[in-house]
Ligand binder design. Structure first.
Ligand SMILES: NC(=O)c1ccc[n+]([C@@H]2O[C@H](COP(=O)([O-])OP(=O)(O)OC[C@H]3O[C@@H](n4cnc5c(N)ncnc54)[C@H](O)[C@@H]3O)[C@@H](O)[C@H]2O)c1
Ligand SMILES: O=c1ccn([C@@H]2O[C@H](COP(=O)(O)OP(=O)(O)O[C@H]3O[C@H](CO)[C@@H](O)[C@H](O)[C@H]3O)[C@@H](O)[C@H]2O)c(=O)[nH]1
Length: 438
């Protein structure tokens, strides 16, 4: 089939390359000319394992191309996947839907024959219906452009795997466009194994996405709330979490206590969901998400507090190594990154902060030019009064006390992800602090 993918960020570039990989002819569309130029040269403008190679390979097959022309996109596509950003608005928690509106407005006037426009971006419930109306108002009369919603659940760092082998696919199909279901089934027919395909109305499909992210955020904040209690009572949240995980009703995934969640999805999605629930008059139902958010942000303060304690009560003039800038390993995404937030807070308190991240250095430098950036994790720890592990990249976990002891001023480490072996560090004479552990 001939597909366009509108918006070639983390989601869109991955979707475009994977759809080409399963045999479709795909045209990626973006308003950012630098992004289009990079993609045409086989370079994704961000780090996602395997994606550069897949884009290059698929360009080579002739099935994947990129453009900044909506006219070309409209003429080409039978199905248009809309993958533009829906960031948090500057004036509060609600989602900024202006990029979606702009994409529909740019595409619609060029649609002269029947096609399916499929929203994949994460949106407040009710958006799809509004966009369906916007699309039919802006498309030429009789063009036959219909709209469906197909929210995306991929994780950064596993984006290709999650796109090619998703746990499930959700199709939001409105009563005005029932034919969308068979079109989407055809698009995803090449996936092997064939995932469960769940067909529902538009608002339910929109809600599946934000409720999934709310559940995941709640699970992380639940264990981080337990970490607070563990800190106050001398218990160990890692043993607590391990014991909980054996209960198959609870399960161990997303139960890692630490400095909490960040990224371009969970934080903004729980805030936008609350804002939407307020608009719908059911704000009370989601009030707990405020606590989920608050618990999450308190973990960042806790790391700042622990670091302050370990350097003797005042970070001013102290050298602090921060390992990690990305919000999670295997990504260069620094959107709402706990690691970068903690580094910035400590710098604001006067600490001399040296950051290292295997992939996110350029992004971090642009956003936080006031921080120092080291060439490797050992260099970041040079002269350090305390080392903070805040993003659990494999390269950090492989370092041993023997690598660090010769370079630091004081052997002290905060394990912000409970990812290091405490006994190893303590046996080597280091002061070790994990979050949620006495
Ligand atoms: N990043 C993820 O892992 C992920 C996973 C699932 C869902 N989502 C959702 O997908 C959406 C996109 O997220 P992202 O992380 O890929 O964002 P992103 O910021 O990385 O990418 C957005 C892209 O859209 C482009 N764009 C903006 N306006 C445009 C327009 N009018 N026409 C064409 N292109 C335009 C931008 O230039 C950019 O390349 C969001 O709603 C997000 O919540 C993201
Ligand atoms: O036990 C855990 C698991 C995760 N995290 C943190 O939670 C954040 C989010 O992690 P993850 O969900 O793996 O990353 P994302 O790529 O943001 O993916 C989430 O957001 C996407 C965008 O909506 C969805 O598509 C995915 O399903 C959803 O997992 C990261 O900062 C992790 O460090 C923890 O602190 N503890």
């Amino acid at each position: 089939m001939r597909l366009t993918v509108i918006g070639t960020g983390y989601l869109g570039a991955t979707h475009a390359a994977c759809m080409a990989a399963v045999g479709h002819d795909v045209l990626g569309v973006d308003v950012d000319p630098d992004r289009i130029a990079a993609l045409r040269a086989g370079r994704t403008p961000f780090y996602e394992p395997g994606l550069d190679d897949l884009v290059t390979e698929q360009i080579g097959t002739g099935r994947l191309r990129f453009t900044d022309s909506y006219e070309e996109a409209a003429a080409f596509g039978e199905v248009h996947f809309v993958c533009v950003g829906t960031p948090q608005r500057g004036d509060g928690g609600a989602a900024d839907l202006s990029y979606l509106d702009a994409a529909i407005d740019a595409l619609a006037p060029h649609l002269h024959r029947p096609c399916l426009v499929v929203g994949k971006s994460t949106v407040p419930v009710g958006t799809a219906q509004r966009l369906a109306e916007r699309l039919s108002a802006a498309a030429p009369a009789g063009a036959g452009a219909a709209l469906a919603w197909n929210p995306e659940f991929l994780r950064e760092g596993f984006a290709i795997e999650d796109t090619l082998r998703p746990d499930r696919l959700v199709f939001g199909i409105g009563s005005a466009a029932p034919g969308g279901e068979s079109v989407l089934r055809e698009v995803y027919a090449p996936l092997d194994p064939r995932p469960p395909m769940l067909v529902m109305d538009l608002p339910t499909a929109e809600l599946v996405k934000v409720s999934a992210n709310s559940f995941l955020a709640t699970k992380i904040s639940f264990i981080n709330a337990m970490a607070e209690v563990c800190e106050a009572s001398g218990a160990d949240v890692t043993r607590l979490s391990e014991a909980l995980s054996y209960d198959t009703r609870i399960g161990g995934r997303f139960l890692n206590a630490g400095v909490g969640f960040g990224g371009g999805c969970l934080p903004k999605d729980i805030r936008a969901f609350q804002a939407r629930a307020d608009e719908l008059g059911v704000g009370r139902a989601l009030h707990f998400l405020r606590d989920v958010d608050a618990v999450n942000l308190r973990r960042r303060e806790r790391v700042v507090q622990l670091a302050t304690e370990l350097v003797g009560g005042d970070p001013a003039g102290r050298r602090i190594a921060v390992w990690g800038a990305a919000f999670k390993p295997d990504s260069d995404d620094i959107r709402d990154s706990p690691a970068l937030d903690v580094a910035t807070r400590l710098h604001a308190l006067g600490a001399l902060v040296s950051v290292y991240d295997p992939k996110a250095m350029d992004n971090a430098r642009k956003l936080r030019p006031q921080l120092d950036y080291a060439t490797d994790p050992v260099a970041a720890a040079q002269g350090a009064d305390v080392v903070l592990l805040l993003t659990e990249w494999r390269a950090f976990l492989d370092l041993t006390p023997a690598d660090l002891t010769p370079v630091v001023t004081r052997p002290a480490i905060i394990d912000g992800r409970n990812a290091l072996d405490r006994a190893t560090w303590e046996a080597a004479g280091w002061t070790y602090r994990g979050l949620g552990r006495a």
